[in-house]
Ligand binder design. Structure first.
Ligand code: ADP
Ligand code: TZD
Ligand code: MG
Length: 597
């Protein structure tokens, strides 16, 4: 930080020629009671507004001009979790939003801190997670004339293209309505990331306490139900009733909706096979007899009526197009966002509604025996599943040395099968693809991963957000490259003593560890990482427990021990450098030169 950071906030403000903020004349004075001679200020109003709207946690990185905001929030009973990088704070906020259906809050300083957090905010928007990034910002007059302020940036306009909404509060009396707008924008309709800009001047300005209190807004019904049109329900049921080979695809919108019972009832009453997208795994347990996950290519290629529940037809579903999909299939789609319909393929029966309301309307209108997948369809799926289970079992039961992805994941799967309560965070390329297929989930919203962007760097932020918001243990299964993006948050995990076990799949590289430098020079190749790196020793620097494992029994023991302790741990899991493939399962998206290197 710059030298100015050592001054108190009031000194900085005086040097800016603005009113000193009373609050910071000796920080603790008045921090909790908040009022000095019937006055409040922007800091207090923000905290009061967040508390009024039941915000329990703020994730952030402190500094000018929001340091006192973080202190005051903590003093007033909001839990403050301080990170080492705003990206991780933002990711923690985003996943908290996904898990709780309330916007996760990330607090950042101006300009660079704001930009560090913005990637997470954009990722939240892309994935449909409700989140608010609150950032302090420099003096508007100086920014707008580009006169060179400390951490100068036109943050609101920088945020706009990447967020669901972006607002700036320019007067302390607008803090209440600004926070209310941000909350409603984040959680209503398709959830997303919202940016809220609070200028240093607004935070420091004093204001009549009574008028301040009256200016606060408690948001009423921030994400109201969106009831489906009855005729859309009828059309969907008619289409499914005529299907011979129906299929349901569950996406993370279905997980977010928390309509778990009705979704399961509809699937079980109709007997339709289902396929979960990665973060919808566990909505119904992965070992449910109707799961078609192990016959994925068969069902996508042959289904004649497909019902999408909270899943977009994006790249993760090959845009719904041939050859992966049947060119003649018809589609039902339930989505809260009307503009999602017909995005890639014509949708024959759209249901624009929230999934909870749509599922209960479908169940109400459904007659017994109305929808009956053909027996040949169910049998074909069953046969394909058996074949693939056998193939998978052969891979899982092989015991290569060094370990490969399958043998390591078999050990983890067996430990986690007794612990359905544990959250699984997962990122990497091969590490992501293999773990998604091998680790069964048994409860909804327990698998948190790279999501719609396939982004690296969510690992420690998601793990911390899940542990803090749920109080439950987390196992983060991380590629060695993926882990590096947020690895310094090990210190955060240890500082807050969170029950997080990080397993680093150490194959010495992005995708694999045996790539070569085509120039023949001494530098490692672009995808190579440090050979034999001891990630386990990183966590020891912060008082956590490190394990170094080279075979499945060691991995099993280390994971059991780490989970039993409930303390921060990192397992450095040595994987054969030759085991991975370039880009994991999406090598088809990776252009390569045909001319030669
Ligand atoms: P996945 O990656 O799992 O396939 P996506 O993120 O692509 O899932 O799609 C989720 C979809 O769910 C989005 O189109 C979003 O609009 C929708 N959605 C999110 N929440 C709800 C809800 N409560 N009701 C209806 N649709 C929702
Ligand atoms: N940067 C960001 C933010 N997201 C990305 N997805 C990438 C870079 C590119 N990338 C991938 O798509 S996967 C990956 C990178 C860098 C890492 C893969 O290596 P890993 O996993 O060690 O995490 P495996 O198991 O070795 O494949
Ligand atoms: Mg790797």
């Amino acid at each position: 930080m710059l030298a100015t950071d050592t001054k108190s906030l009031s000194e900085v403000k005086s040097s800016n020629g603005q009113e000193p903020a009373n609050l910071t004349d000796g920080l603790t004075d008045g921090l909790t009671d908040g009022l000095t001679d019937g006055l409040t200020d922007g800091f207090h109003l923000v905290v009061d507004a967040l508390k009024l709207n039941e915000v329990e946690t703020i994730y952030g990185v402190a500094g000018i001009p929001i340091t006192d905001l973080a202190r005051l929030a903590q003093a007033e009973g909001i839990r403050y979790i301080g990170f080492r990088h705003e990206g991780s704070a933002g990711n923690a906020a985003a996943i908290t939003g996904f898990l709780t259906r309330k916007p996760g809050i990330c607090l950042t300083v101006s300009a660079p801190g704001f930009l560090n957090g913005l990637v997470a905010l954009a990722n939240a928007t892309t994935n449909g997670f409700p989140m608010i990034q609150i950032s302090g910002s420099s003096d508007r007059e100086i920014i707008d004339l580009q006169q060179g302020d400390y951490e100068e940036l036109d943050q609101m306009n920088a945020a706009k293209p990447y967020t669901k909404a972006a607002f700036r509060v320019n007067k302390p009396e607008d803090i209440g309505i600004g926070i209310a707008r941000a909350i409603r924008a984040a959680v209503s309709g398709r959830p997303g990331g919202v940016y809220l800009d609070l200028t240093a001047a607004v935070l420091g300005t004093q204001f009549d306490a009574d008028a301040g209190e009256k200016s606060l807004v408690r948001v009423v019904d921030p994400s109201p139900r969106q009831i489906p049109a009855p005729e859309s329900i009828q059309k969907a049921l008619d289409l499914l009733a005529g299907a011979k080979k129906p299929l349901i695809i569950l996406g993370k919108g279905a997980a977010y909706a928390q309509a778990d019972k009705d979704i399961r009832s509809f699937i079980e009453q109709t007997g339709i096979p289902f396929l979960p997208m990665s973060m919808a795994k566990g909505l119904l347990p992965d070992n449910h007899p109707q799961s078609a996950a192990a016959a994925r290519s068969l069902v996508l290629g042959q289904a004649d009526v497909v019902m999408l529940i909270g899943a977009r037809l994006n790249w993760l579903l090959d845009h719904g197009k041939a050859p992966k999909w049947s060119a003649t299939a018809s589609f039902v789609q339930i989505d809260i966002s009307a503009t999602e319909i017909d995005s890639n393929r014509p949708i024959n029966a759209p249901i624009v509604a929230d999934i909870g309301s749509a599922m209960s309307a479908l169940l109400e209108a459904l007659h017994a025996g109305q929808i009956q997948p053909r027996t040949v369809w169910i049998k074909a799926i069953e046969e394909r599943k058996q074949q693939n289970f056998e193939r998978m079992a052969a891979r899982l039961n092989a015991n290569p040395s060094p370990m490969n992805f399958s043998s390591a994941l078999r050990a983890i799967r067996d430990v986690l099968s007794d612990r359905p309560d544990i959250y699984v965070v997962n990122e990497g390329a091969n590490t992501l693809d293999f773990a998604r297929d091998i680790i069964d989930m048994h409860e909804p919203r327990k698998r948190l991963d790279s999501g719609t962007w396939g982004v690296m760097g969510i690992g420690m932020g998601y793990a911390i957000g899940a542990a803090v918001s749920s109080g439950k243990p987390v196992v983060a299964i991380e590629g060695d490259s993926a882990f590096g993006f947020s690895g310094m948050e090990l210190e955060t995990i240890c500082r807050y003593s969170l029950p997080i076990v990080v397993i680093v799949f150490n194959n010495g590289g992005i995708y694999h560890g045996d790539d070569v430098n085509f120039s023949g020079g001494a530098d490692p190749s672009p995808t190579t990482l440090m050979k034999d790196a001891r990630y386990d020793r990183l966590i020891e620097a912060f008082g956590g427990v490190g394990h170094h494992v080279v075979n499945p029994p060691e991995l099993t023991d280390a994971l059991k021990e780490a989970l039993a302790s409930g303390k921060p741990a990192l397992i450095n899991c040595v994987i054969d450098p030759a085991a991975g493939t370039e880009s994991g399962h999406i090598g088809n998206l990776n252009p390569t030169t045909k001319i030669g290197k």
